[in-house]
Unconditional design. Structure first.
Length: 250
């Protein structure tokens, strides 16, 4: 799809660059990269291509969306960011949340992701139930990512690799533990651990292990486990697509 990005002012662009620098230091100091990546993903992943609703348009600032079951604990990210966001009143929450997700990947050793500003803040939170359910399998993943969001099978696998950052918390998701031994490093370890089987102290969600049983998904898991450069290149594209769902559509 050809994008038609809105033109933003020079002042806005300067604010984006300054905010990016501030976010780098802030996220590194707070060790909160996984939380910021989750905020970016969950903000964008509510997009529904059929109704053109939801998506990365700043609605996570509302208590109603923060209160969705899939967003348990996400208010921590909002509270952490708010003092920093107040330094950049010209920026929309929509852009700020997605910028935080991009920076989170970059400062933990991941690929650089193209960031195009200009997302407007919308005033209506999406309906609950649009984000993936970690307890389900491949059909559910395709229902959410392909049918609802308009992404691809390849995007499903490569975005799953983002689980290389962070951990689950029992009180938030019902699951507990990190996916890798270094949950603050962005690399291809999610895929190598997935192929090596379950290990004590490391987590594999049902939606993770489901990737191994699918004839389309598994070869991609194997590809990214063996080629981190390929994973990084494809991740940068998929993350940008996710962060721009419903945005700048021509």
């Amino acid at each position: 799809m050809v994008k038609n990005y809105p033109k933003v002012s020079d002042e806005y662009l300067k604010a984006v660059q300054k905010a990016k620098r501030k976010l780098r230091g802030f996220i590194a100091e707070k060790h909160c990269a996984p939380l910021m990546l989750r905020l970016g993903w969950h903000s964008a992943g509510t997009y529904d291509q059929a109704t053109k609703t939801g998506g990365p348009f700043g609605t996570m600032r509302f208590k109603a969306e923060q209160g969705h079951e899939a967003n348990n604990g996400i208010e921590i990210a909002i509270k952490l960011l708010e003092p920093l966001k107040q330094q950049f009143p010209i920026l929309t929450h929509a852009d700020f949340y997605q910028l935080a997700g991009v920076v989170a990947v970059e400062i933990t050793g991941g690929p650089e992701i193209q960031f195009n500003p200009g997302r407007p803040d919308k005033d209506e939170a999406p309906k609950e139930g649009r984000l993936p359910d970690a307890k389900k399998g491949c059909d559910h993943l395709r229902d959410v990512f392909v049918k609802q969001m308009g992404l691809t099978d390849k995007d499903i696998v490569v975005l799953s690799g983002g689980h290389t950052l962070g951990r689950c918390h029992m009180e938030r998701s019902g699951f507990d533990g990190p996916w890798t031994a270094n949950p603050l490093i962005f690399d291809n370890t999610f895929f190598t651990e997935l192929l090596s089987g379950e290990k004590e102290g490391l987590l594999q969600l049902p939606t993770d292990t489901a990737l191994l049983s699918d004839p389309v998904f598994r070869p991609l898991v194997e590809k990214y486990a063996g080629d981190e450069d390929a994973f990084f290149a494809d991740y940068a594209v998929a993350h940008q697509k996710l962060s721009e769902l419903g945005f700048a559509e021509s």
